[in-house]
Design a protein around this ligand. Structure first.
Ligand code: RP5
Length: 197
């Protein structure tokens, strides 16, 4: 019963920003705990920026194992095409999810307090041969890149998502090229202040 209840729980439920994109969700974002939201919010923000319909749920491999199986086993049937799973510590969620579906599963290692996410990274990356999990970097970078990689996968089938990704990359390049100086005071066009006597 408690597990059924958490199926409806959205980590975004407590008055946080609304990142919904209209349409049938193509990406399922799951995380082991509400405490992972701080990291996985970057995934959601990036999917939102790319206009990729998605859903987000807390699904824990060890606290709600039945829900995990139900989620993973039903995802393909529900129209989900890529799953992003973020977890920290002994992070079983991505691997166990991958074991119950043939959909691509991308794992985001959440930075843990004890081992700074190295435990999460190794738990997610070191899958024995046969059940792959595409493992991203620890923390925010991995969370953002998981969304970008999901968009790249979906882009093979959905031209508008490929174009969103192309635009994202172009504007990122433009931002770097138009901000070449590491700090405002380093600009050669800015006069340096004369030192006080
Ligand atoms: C994992 O345990 C979660 O993915 C989270 O990163 C970690 C700690 O969870 P909480 O104790 O903060 O709920 O299952």
């Amino acid at each position: 019963m408690a597990q059924k209840k958490s199926l409806a729980a959205h980590p975004n439920a407590k008055g946080r920003a609304n990142y919904q994109v209209p349409g049938r969700p193509l990406v399922g974002v799951i995380m082991g705990s509400t405490s992972d939201w701080e990291t996985l919010e970057h995934t959601i923000q990036t999917l939102h920026a790319l206009n990729v319909p998605h859903e987000a749920r807390v699904v824990s491999a060890h606290r709600t194992p039945d829900l995990l199986f139900e989620y993973a086993a039903s995802a393909e049937r529900r129209g989900i095409e890529v799953i992003i799973a973020g977890a920290g510590g002994a992070a079983h969620l991505p691997g166990m999810t991958a074991s119950k579906t043939v959909l691509p599963v991308l794992g985001v290692p959440v930075e843990s307090k004890a081992l700074l996410g190295l435990d999460s990274l190794l738990s997610i990356a070191q899958m024995p041969a046969g059940i792959p999990v595409g493992t991203l970097a620890i923390g925010k970078s991995g969370a953002i890149n998981a969304a970008l990689l999901a968009a790249a996968i979906l882009g093979a089938k959905y031209p508008h998502i490929r174009e969103s990704l192309r635009e994202f990359r172009s504007s990122q390049t433009y931002r770097v090229l138009t901000n070449p100086y590491p700090a405002p005071n380093n600009s050669p066009t800015r006069k340096s202040k004369s030192p006080r006597a």
